[in-house]
Design a protein around this ligand. Structure first.
Ligand SMILES: NC(=O)c1ccc[n+]([C@@H]2O[C@H](COP(=O)([O-])OP(=O)(O)OC[C@H]3O[C@@H](n4cnc5c(N)ncnc54)[C@H](O)[C@@H]3O)[C@@H](O)[C@H]2O)c1
Length: 321
């Protein structure tokens, strides 16, 4: 099969490209290297079945042509990460909304299947124990730009569902929960790579807020396996799926686990949200996915536990030195 990955030089996209190439498929990557990098594709750079196009999906003239000659599109290109979103809200909205619009329009004539990467952020401030795909969503006010990321991704989902319903397009939507693993950088506020890289240097680990907020971390290999399983399932078309791990840990406990596991001398310090982001920043206390839908549809369950994930991220940073 021929696949197109927008954002294919990013963290998740590069792992997806490697996995598809390993399975014998051809892959075209479009990336503007805004947060991704050609280095992420170093291991597969010389593969004759890989084609890399440097360009911005917002204005790349050959976008429709590249979509048309593919059997399926994985649309991952986006402005990602809470820090980036808070500091550059206009770019977030334009990239995420207009980018997805261009991809869907480009796929319309050829009726190409599109999988859209959405996010657990769309659940907003919901206080449910486990987030289910059919839940109501509780987004904060538009005066707080943190929510622009969630809203832009939610609009992508509505766009996708509208193309599915009105134009009978084969669209699949995945809501990714915190995905971690090799090649993810801590630059955009991602907590685990930040902690691991600091712990390896015995530098302080900064916990934002009181650290009692909890998260679940899914290894990128599990995420890619989940995405590929849905891409190949006719039962997934026109639906929304959570993809995430269900092992929950508070950020305080995560910091302690990282320090202990890596035998680090790092101190753990707490930083108020206003200092880390902006005043009035709102965080979610929990973000636990209900993954029964993807399990019922494709039999997917995450395989990596948190210790294996920490080891995998640490190995990446050690090799990178
Ligand atoms: N990593 C996570 O935990 C997570 C969680 C939820 C959702 N997601 C979603 O998964 C997708 C991939 O995220 P990631 O973690 O790999 O982040 P990433 O930043 O590494 O990947 C995004 C890629 O898109 C590229 N890109 C951005 N704007 C572009 C544009 N206009 N044209 C072309 N390329 C562009 C970037 O250079 C980068 O390579 C995103 O859609 C993100 O919203 C990720």
């Amino acid at each position: 099969m021929k696949y197109l990955i927008t954002g294919g030089a990013g963290f998740i996209g590069s792992h997806l490209a490697e996995s598809l190439l390993k399975d014998g498929h051809s892959v075209t990557v479009i990336d503007d290297y805004s947060t991704g990098s050609p280095e992420n594709l170093a291991a597969v750079r010389t593969n004759p079945r890989l084609d890399v196009v440097e360009g911005d999906i917002l204005n790349l003239p050959e976008l429709e042509y590249l979509i048309t000659k593919s059997d399926m599109v994985f649309h991952l290109a986006a402005a990602v990460g809470v820090e980036l979103v808070v500091h550059d809200p206009v770019r977030t909205i334009v990239t995420n909304v207009h980018g997805t619009e261009r991809v869907l329009r480009g796929a319309e004539r050829s009726h190409t299947k599109v999988l859209i990467a959405s996010t657990s952020e769309v659940y907003g401030k919901s206080e449910k124990e486990k987030f289910n795909e059919d839940d109501d969503l509780l987004i904060g006010p538009s005066t707080n730009c943190r929510w622009s990321y969630a809203c832009s991704k939610l609009l992508d989902e509505f766009f996708g569902m509208a193309y599915f319903r009105a134009k009978k397009m084969p669209i699949i939507i995945v809501r990714l929960f915190n995905t971690v693993g090799p090649r993810q950088t801590g630059r955009y506020g991602m907590v685990l790579p930040r902690f691991v890289s600091k712990a390896l240097k015995n530098e302080s680990l900064q916990v934002y807020g009181d650290g009692e907020q909890s998260r679940c971390f899914c290894h990128v290999n599990d995420t890619v396996r989940g995405i590929c399983g849905l891409a190949g399932s006719s039962k997934a078309v026109g639906k929304v799926f959570n993809i995430g791990n269900t092992e929950e840990i508070s950020i305080n406990a995560l910091a302690e686990r990282v320090v202990k596991r890596l035998k680090s001398k790092s101190r753990i310090v707490h930083i108020p949200y206003e200092k880390a982001y902006e005043s009035g920043f709102e965080d979610m206390m929990r973000r636990l996915p209900d993954i029964s839908k993807i399990d019922r549809t494709t039999g997917w369950k995450p395989a990596y536990n948190l210790n294996q994930i920490i080891d995998s991220v640490a190995e990446y940073f050690r090799k990178k030195k």
